[in-house]
Design a protein around this ligand. Structure first.
Ligand SMILES: Cc1cc2nc3c(=O)[nH]c(=O)nc-3n(C[C@H](O)[C@H](O)[C@H](O)COP(=O)(O)OP(=O)(O)OC[C@H]3O[C@@H](n4cnc5c(N)ncnc54)[C@H](O)[C@@H]3O)c2cc1C
Length: 227
């Protein structure tokens, strides 16, 4: 059926009732145009994302990736007849490698959840959009998010080492690297950062981490020591 989502995804993870779909019509940018999606699909892995992308390409159905929907620019807004690819069920922290100071996550991991998990290893993921209690790493990468720490520590782009992406042909591609140094070839992972879902669907993210900062000393205490 040309207009139905793919058969390989169980029906319980395909939402089609109008009341439920209404929740996925737009992000925090209600001012931007939005329409009524055909369906919301909640994949649980890269293979399912690939199947959905291939189906949408074959049947010329618009596809909109969506994290937590906290975006302020309408990037996750539905167009009429679109399939919304929601990453709420792809929220697993795959690996935290303390020795290499990196983390591998699925795109639906919430920013604060990653930061909390890193803290248990004495590590820190600095990009801190004010939406960090809700926004996802996939959305953060797709918008190149940054918060108060960005002036000193940089934005999301500065922490993305590698990405797994399903491209517009429905192919799964690995971009970037897992190593600290990576200087060869085009920076295709960097190209994906800030692309707002227009170049492909991000299915796995490798970010570098920093050592957790030492607790700060109160300013008054520092002044007393100096005086
Ligand atoms: C209260 C509040 C505070 C905010 N503060 C900040 C801030 O300090 N700094 C800042 O930069 N932003 C901020 N934002 C904006 C927003 O939180 C960020 O843009 C955030 O990165 C969006 O993440 P999300 O998971 O909600 O993504 P969504 O809003 O769901 O999607 C954002 C974009 O990413 C795309 N996308 C999502 N997942 C994927 C994926 N897996 N593959 C490909 N594309 C994908 C979507 O299609 C869309 O274009 C704030 C928003 C709110 C509501």
């Amino acid at each position: 059926m040309a207009n139905a989502p793919v058969d390989s995804i169980p029906a319980r993870r395909v939402l089609t009732d109008p009341a439920g779909l209404a929740r996925y019509q737009h992000d925090e940018a209600e001012w931007a145009p939005y329409g009524m999606p055909l369906a919301v699909v909640r994949p649980q892995g890269t293979d399912e994302v690939r199947d959905v992308v291939r189906h949408c390409v074959a049947h010329r159905i618009p596809l909109v990736p969506r994290g937590a929907g906290t975006g302020l620019s309408g990037g996750a807004n539905a167009v009429d007849g679109a399939v919304i690819l929601s990453f709420e069920d792809m929220n697993r922290i795959v690996d935290i490698d303390a020795a290499e100071r990196l983390a591998v996550v699925q795109p639906g991991v919430v920013n604060d959840d990653l930061r909390a998990a890193c803290a248990e290893h004495g590590l820190w993921y600095p990009p801190d959009p004010a939406s960090s209690p809700w926004s996802t790493l996939g959305g953060n990468v797709a918008t190149n998010a940054g918060g108060m720490c960005c002036v000193k520590y940089g934005v999301t782009r500065d922490y993305v080492l590698g990405l797994e992406v399903v491209n517009g042909l429905g192919e799964v591609v690995s971009l970037g690297r897992r190593t600290a140094k990576g200087v060869a070839g085009y920076d295709l992972a960097g190209l994906m950062v800030g692309s707002e879902g227009t170049l492909g669907v991000i299915t796995e993210i490798t970010v570098r981490l920093r050592p957790a900062p030492r607790p700060g000393r109160p300013l008054l205490e520092v002044l007393c020591v100096c005086l």
